[in-house]
Design a protein around this ligand. Structure first.
Ligand SMILES: NC(=O)C1=CN([C@@H]2O[C@H](COP(=O)(O)OP(=O)(O)OC[C@H]3O[C@@H](n4cnc5c(N)ncnc54)[C@H](O)[C@@H]3O)[C@@H](O)[C@H]2O)[C@H](O)CC1
Ligand SMILES: [K+]
Length: 509
């Protein structure tokens, strides 16, 4: 599914009006009626008080249409106009008149704190104050209104986006944004829903198709792509019946140091469970017995006593995952840099291997083309430098990916695969996966997929999805708190099976 920017949506809007020969008032009616349908389906006429807060632009216009339709269907509604400016949009004004002409109770004008209504915990709020048009800080009484609404802690539905969010940067004041229980958004999910600083303002979101011009939507180069099961399942490579372990490649996992051998146990097991034909672990001597005991299917090569001192892989192989538990001692650093100078294999670079690269710009030049780096936020910061907000972080990640011709996977609630200017947002995973070793499993998964013949970009997107889905299935059985990295490995098989199940284990956003 395409994630479009605010400008792209505005352009789509214009193209649609021309090609479908409709007015923007018609389009607003179409869009807002769908929001009403979604509310009506859930409320089914429930006799609760619904407060609809409308700005004076087109988001506010949507709110007025929703108010009218709710009233027509017998709901108890109070409509408020948030007068943050004198420049009311024509579509707002048309709908304002329509609402006044059909309702005995006129909308209530808000101009200052004295006008704020009481909102009870059991009421519902529809937030149509600002949409994708917010382009400067809100005046202070509107900020106070937002806080007043949030303090009520009642079910709050955001129209298009929670008011107070910009489309391309973090909010000026983190308390000046509506915290929505759900957001019904038009045509395309918004990038803000997927980023930590802004995604927290909506618990859920629902995308509704408002019928924007199909050709435009088809040809437009999106801000990012969001991957769900239907798109992901097309990446799956079926296994031929007459195949053997050699068909599925040899994955090598390099890492571990005294006290951190578990990371390589997890990564190598994950590479096996995702389907690599053969897996070898290259670890220091102290890892030999733990690995052989816990993963009998994995072959073990050792070097150094407590940490790796040279990396010499003479066995034939198809992919290497390196860095988990590796440590960053001088000896290990030298070994890793020498390895990079000679290596010709597809690489997944994780954890301490990223930390070593971050030490020196000359090291980064050694990143092979199409290597995949899987940093968590702190590792990413070491690699690309600090950022002020998430959009800047993404721009820095893109610049890094282009400069070094590699793929970055920004791990988080929605992991984002960055390949040059292209962004791929993952839709699976949950907060239970914020646990030790989760990243080691991801590295093993992606390395195992490359060994089987998936290209690095496919392996990044597909691997991130399967890893998250395994976490979702694991959490559905164990809950978030008790989910551990080993459970992700256990459920990788279920994640594959789930790809071809019709019903999703978790509703798609
Ligand atoms: N194609 C679609 O997706 C459709 C979207 N619709 C809805 O329209 C809004 C966007 O409407 P717009 O009028 O452009 O912007 P807003 O309503 O978000 O904001 C109103 C207006 O206010 C000005 N402004 C911005 N920041 C401030 C501020 N801090 N203080 C005062 N004034 C401010 C600015 O000029 C804005 O234009 C979209 O989200 C959807 O809800 C259509 O209904 C259907 C098609
Ligand atoms: K809104």
């Amino acid at each position: 599914m395409k994630i479009l920017s605010a400008n792209q949506l505005k352009e789509a809007d214009q193209v649609t009006l021309e090609n479908q020969q409709i007015s923007s008032l018609d389009l607003m009616e179409r869009a807002a009626s769908q929001v009403f349908n979604s509310i009506h389906q859930k409320l089914k006429g429930a006799p609760i008080l619904i407060h609809v807060f409308c700005g004076i632009g087109n988001n506010g216009g949507d709110g007025l249409v929703i108010s009218r339709l709710l009233l027509e269907h017998g709901y108890t509604v109070k409509t408020y106009i948030v007068n943050f400016s004198e420049h009311r949009s024509p579509e707002f004004l048309d709908n304002y008149d329509r609402l006044k002409s059909m309702s005995k109770e006129w909308p209530i004008q808000l101009r200052s704190e004295e006008d704020f209504p009481k909102i009870a915990r059991q009421d519902m709020v529809i937030d149509a104050i600002f949409g994708i048009g917010l382009n400067r800080p809100m005046v202070s009484w509107v900020v106070d209104l937002v806080k007043h609404i949030n303090e009520a802690r009642c079910f709050t539905l955001g129209v298009d986006v929670p008011s107070g969010l910009y489309s391309d940067k973090a909010p000026d004041d983190p308390n000046a944004v509506i915290v929505a229980s759900t957001t019904v958004t038009f045509q395309s999910p918004k990038m803000v829903f997927f980023l930590p600083q802004t995604g927290k303002y909506t618990e859920n979101f629902e995308v509704i198709d408002i019928g924007l011009d199909k050709d435009f939507l088809h040809q437009v180069n999106p801000q990012a792509l969001l991957f769900h099961k239907r798109e992901i399942s097309t990446l799956y490579k079926p296994r031929p019946k007459f195949s053997h372990k050699g068909t599925y490649g040899h994955a090598v996992i390099i890492g571990g140091s005294y006290g951190k051998i578990g990371s390589t146990i997890l990564a190598s097991k994950a590479a096996l469970r995702i389907g690599a034909g053969l897996v070898s672990a290259y670890v220091p001597e102290c890892g030999y017995i733990p690995l052989q005991t816990s993963n009998p299917e994995v072959m073990v090569i050792t070097d150094g006593e407590k940490n790796i001192t040279t990396i010499d892989i003479s066995i034939s192989h198809n992919a290497i995952g390196i860095g988990m538990g590796l440590g960053t001692s001088d000896q290990t650093t030298t070994a890793f840099i020498k390895f990079l100078e000679q290596n010709k294999s597809p690489l997944v670079i994780d954890a301490d291997a990223i930390n070593i690269l971050a030490k020196n710009d000359n090291y980064k030049e050694l990143i092979p083309e199409n290597a995949i780096l899987t940093p968590h936020p702190k590792e990413l910061e070491r690699l690309v430098g600090s950022w002020e907000h998430d959009f800047e972080k993404i721009e820095k990640a893109k610049a890094f990916s282009k400069k070094y011709h590699c793929i970055l996977i920004i791990k988080g609630a929605y992991s984002i695969v960055v390949a040059g200017n292209n962004l791929y947002v993952n839709s699976t995973g949950n907060q239970g996966m914020a646990t030790a070793g989760s990243g080691d499993v991801l590295t093993g998964v992606i390395t195992g997929l490359i060994a089987q013949g998936y290209d690095p970009l496919q392996a990044s997107i597909f691997g991130t999805y399967l890893h998250g889905r395994a976490g979702d299935i694991g959490a559905s059985k164990k809950g978030y708190e008790s989910l551990i990295a080993g459970d992700l490995i256990t459920n990788l098989g279920n994640a594959y099976v789930d790809l071809f199940k019709r019903e999703a284990t978790k509703p798609e956003n």
